[in-house]
Design a protein around this ligand. Structure first.
Ligand code: ATP
Ligand code: MG
Length: 245
């Protein structure tokens, strides 16, 4: 099974194309301009790290990219689909087929085994039990956890739980992985292992990755770093990894 819809394909296309995106939160009398006039494009095959101080809008941006929230203004095309024109059901369909999410605190269901957790997005895809079992096993094998398939999250280390969460994100062969502080809950050694896995998925399977992190050394695994301050992009540059490679 090929992981990543773009594996081996050289054709470059915009997976993410945001033009003048803004996000305004209103809470009572307080208004927060969480994002202002964001122009953000990602071509397939990139590995982008989003950095910035706490409250600068990183998670807000990632949530908009993942269609978990709607912008207040601007336009957004995800893999050529104008997001503002999509119905909710078409939007969930695209999210299901296209995106894999990895969160800081793993978001695993505590009463389900690693394998059953990985199967969750495949249930939404309408796959039968046999197909789900096969794909979840392959996905757990890829993150090096085949021998822990039947363990509950509480029986796994933090790094292993994050790998289960990554396996869950991968199970449906997403073209794009979105990760919000994927190493935030891990020690630095385990965090680096997760980044090596991301690098492998990006380079060998062609999966596009956008991750949020506040750690420079974690961000440096990306091919490009986007920096936000107060809801605005203050820099957007390729890293040495891409320049050298
Ligand atoms: N649901 C919400 N309602 C109102 N304001 C919000 C909401 N979510 C975020 N904000 C505000 O928007 C701004 C950006 O928040 P966001 O969560 O994107 O920051 P962040 O860069 O991810 O920060 P951190 O590094 O702390 O996770 C903050 O000032 C925050 O208070
Ligand atoms: Mg955040």
């Amino acid at each position: 099974m090929a992981f990543g819809a773009n594996g081996g394909m050289d054709i470059k296309m915009d997976i993410i194309n945001m033009t003048n995106i803004s996000k305004l939160y209103k809470t009572g009398v307080i208004q927060v301009d969480a994002l202002k006039n964001i122009n953000f494009k990602v071509v397939n095959g990139e590995f982008v790290s989003i950095m910035g101080p706490s409250g600068s809008g990183k998670s807000t941006l990632l949530n908009l990219v993942g269609c978990l929230d709607k912008p207040s203004g601007g336009s957004y095309e995800l893999a050529g689909h104008k997001v503002e024109k999509l119905t909710d059901s078409k939007m969930s369909e695209i999210r299901n087929e296209f995106l894999g999410f990895v969160f800081q605190n793993f978001h695993l269901l505590p009463n389900l085994s690693a394998q059953k957790n990985v199967e969750i997005p495949l249930i939404y895809r309408g796959l039968n039990a046999k197909a789900r079992k096969e794909l979840s096993e392959k996905s757990l094998e890829l993150v090096g956890l085949k021998d822990r398939m039947h363990h509950l999250p509480s029986q796994l280390s933090g790094g292993q739980q994050q790998r289960v969460a990554i396996a869950r994100a991968l199970a449906g062969s997403p073209a794009l992985i979105l990760a919000d502080e994927p190493t935030g809950a891990l020690d630095s050694k385990t965090g680096n292992k997760i980044m090596e896995l991301f690098t492998e998925l990006n380079e060998n399977s062609g999966i596009t990755i956008v991750q949020v992190t506040h750690e420079e050394d974690i961000a440096a695994y990306g091919s490009r770093i986007l920096r936000l301050v107060d809801g605005e992009i203050v820099s957007d540059a390729e890293t040495n990894r891409r320049k050298n490679g």
